[in-house]
Design a protein around this ligand. Structure first.
Ligand SMILES: Cc1cc2nc3c(=O)[nH]c(=O)nc-3n(C[C@H](O)[C@H](O)[C@H](O)COP(=O)(O)OP(=O)(O)OC[C@H]3O[C@@H](n4cnc5c(N)ncnc54)[C@H](O)[C@@H]3O)c2cc1C
Length: 300
């Protein structure tokens, strides 16, 4: 029998994102099985609410007040080994997938060790670290778009720096196949450890201890054509330690905006504007947010 999804009204969003800001979702549900999708879609349609697919909430800013959407948290989890890699469901936390691969002697994911969130969010934003991106490993995607299931191979999909093949929230990523290679588990584990240690040296800390959404701005290209880390430019304009209300810039990493206590979404937007202005004045470049404003990414 098809499991029936449950729906909840006016659900607080702050605990569902690593920045821990935001008001309430008008409607909220959790996806535990692909068979629940039709009923969830139908309910959104009936209520006239756009859908918002939520993973780990580690790259998101939720609005203050009432978020007029049906927020669906993805709990589809699981990993299946294949002859040349793995197939994983999109709600699998990326960290669990990396740990599973290391334990099972599959190499390839190590540079991404320590990135929070789910595989679905990682596909949506083509996450990357240490010079590698998730789509370097993707072989095939299974997704639900415009009422249909589709299986797409990696060839023909165009991805770029922090952009998956499709705009955020225009579809639901169900699962993907990753091409990995066999290696001694001890060696893979050691490599993961090294990448995690390197990460911990650079960042102010992981959620929930430090409430951030990782790098707040994308790394820009200067008018001269030179590529620069957003953190470098922000540090140069004196961003470290700046704050608006409860939102502040980390003293350790100028591209990490953190919730210092009771920050609101408006605090983060105010701080983001201020930082963008300063960088524009000094370097002539418009910083783009890497963190997504949830209200700009609704599936209608
Ligand atoms: C401490 C810290 C460190 C970080 N380090 C890095 C880093 O090194 N590199 C990096 O690239 N990022 C980094 N991030 C950002 C973040 O972890 C990634 O972007 C992550 O992949 C987001 O996944 P999520 O499940 O949390 O997505 P969410 O934040 O829940 O959602 C992000 C977007 O993906 C969409 N989405 C989520 N799941 C699905 C789905 N199944 N189908 C369709 N759309 C979906 C959402 O609708 C939304 O538009 C970091 C964040 C933190 C807090």
């Amino acid at each position: 029998m098809t499991p029936r999804p449950l729906f909840f009204e006016n659900v607080p969003l702050a605990p569902l994102s690593t920045l821990e800001v935001g008001g309430k979702a008008r409607l909220f549900s959790q996806l535990h099985s692909a068979e629940e999708l039709p009923e969830i879609l139908l309910r959104g349609e009936r209520e006239g609410l756009p859908l918002f697919w939520l993973g780990g909430g580690s790259n998101l800013l939720f609005p203050d007040g009432l978020f007029q959407a049906l927020v669906v948290r993805n709990h589809l989890r699981g990993v299946t080994p294949l002859p040349e890699g793995v197939e994983a469901l999109s709600g699998t936390p990326l960290m669990s997938l990396v740990a599973w691969a290391a334990r099972s002697g599959w190499s390839g994911l190590e540079p991404l060790a320590g990135i929070p969130g789910t595989l679905g969010g990682a596909l949506s934003g083509n996450v990357g670290a240490n010079g590698r991106e998730l789509f370097d490993l993707v072989q095939e995607l299974t997704l639900f778009r415009e009422g249909r299931w589709e299986r797409l191979s990696r060839e023909g999909l165009s991805v770029s720096y922090r952009n998956g093949p499709f705009p955020p929230s225009t579809l639901f990523y169900h699962s993907c196949r990753l091409r990995l290679r066999r290696e001694d588990p001890a060696v893979v584990r050691q490599r993961c450890r090294e990448f995690i240690l390197k990460r911990l040296e650079k960042i102010p800390g992981n959620p929930p201890k430090v409430k951030s959404a990782g790098s707040f701005f994308r790394n820009p290209t200067l008018p001269s054509g030179e590529k620069r880390a957003a953190g470098f430019l922000l540090e140069r304009v004196g961003a470290k330690g700046m704050r608006v209300g409860g939102a502040g810039v980390s003293e350790k990493h100028a591209n990490f905006l953190v919730n210092l206590g009771e920050a609101t979404c408006a605090d983060f937007l105010g701080l983001s504007d201020l930082l963008r202005e300063r960088v524009k004045e000094t370097f002539g470049v418009e910083l783009q947010q890497e963190v997504l404003n949830a209200w700009e990414h609704l599936e209608r």
